[in-house]
Design a protein around this ligand. Structure first.
Ligand SMILES: [Zn+2]
Length: 273
């Protein structure tokens, strides 16, 4: 581990949003302050306080800023055990199978792109069900492991993929809330998908009784979740999907993470603008 030089502490910080990252609204209010210093990925070079803002125009809730590159390197320099390829592969397979079955009821068998594949379970299981798996992840070691196992995998921003119209399924499991700007990702998903392709999203849901109860008990882990920039409600997510040419068709509760929702949306042809 590298020791912190004097004066270096200020080099890792957040780049502040000057408007709502979803609707560009300027009327922003502080809704919550939290401390992320107990998070396993926290590093002392990163600010310990997290400030959450609410947009008066669209009601979206998001952090006041996103990490600059030096902070990201510190955070992504370490990988949590659950995000390494093959972690708990048998336990994860059963949960992934229920997800693939649910998604597969709406999607044609074809190429399946998993954005942020993490431990790889969803991709391995999709393959078992007859899909052709493609993985993309920002963690280089994960991509190298998947490639060594013979899978098509990329370490890049998935908006840079050029295979328009290829995928019958794109899954972004617990990904959108990690992106400083989710809209370009949804636009890329739309472009990369075949007509009637199915988009799978999962993320925490801010608008339900469990969330409110955790808040009341001061036990909600998501306000101090260092890797998240957004707390979506189902309503806000659905509106965002519709704005990007997707029709939300199914909703259910996640088995993988606390208080999370899972949403399926079908690609619609874009309206001429
Ligand atoms: Zn907004």
């Amino acid at each position: 581990m590298q020791l912190l030089e004097a004066g270096q502490a200020e080099t890792s910080a957040r780049i502040l949003y000057d408007s709502c990252p979803l609707c560009s609204g300027k009327d922003l209010r502080i809704v919550r302050r939290a401390d992320c210093s107990q998070h396993p990925l926290y590093r002392p070079e990163i600010p310990a306080d997290m400030t959450w803002l609410g947009c008066a125009d669209c009601a979206h809730v998001f952090t006041e800023g996103y990490f600059d590159e030096s902070a990201l390197n510190l955070i992504f320099g370490r990988t949590q055990i659950g995000q390494t390829v093959g972690h708990d592969i048998e336990g994860q397979r059963a949960v992934s199978a229920r997800m693939v079955q649910w998604i597969g009821e709406q999607a044609d068998l074809g190429d399946w792109l998993d954005v942020g594949f993490g431990n790889g379970s969803l991709l391995f299981t999709a393959e078992e069900f007859g899909f052709r798996p493609v993985g993309i992840d920002l963690r280089k070691a994960n991509v190298e492991t998947l490639r060594a196992l013979g899978y098509e995998a990329y370490c890049m921003d998935f908006a840079d993929l050029a295979t328009n119209g290829r995928f019958s399924v794109i899954s972004m499991a617990d990904v959108l809330e990690h992106m400083p700007y989710p809209k370009p990702a949804l636009a890329a998903a739309h472009r990369l998908m075949q007509p009637d392709g199915v988009l799978f999203l999962s993320m925490p849901n801010i608008d339900n009784m469990v969330w409110r109860l955790l808040d009341a008990n001061k036990a909600n882990p998501y306000w101090g979740e260092i890797e998240h920039y957004h707390n979506f409600s189902r309503k806000r997510l659905h509106a965002l999907l519709e704005e990007h040419g997707f029709r939300p068709i199914k909703y259910r509760v996640s088995e993988r993470y606390r208080v999370c929702m899972e949403v399926l949306a079908v690609k619609q042809e874009r309206l001429a603008s």
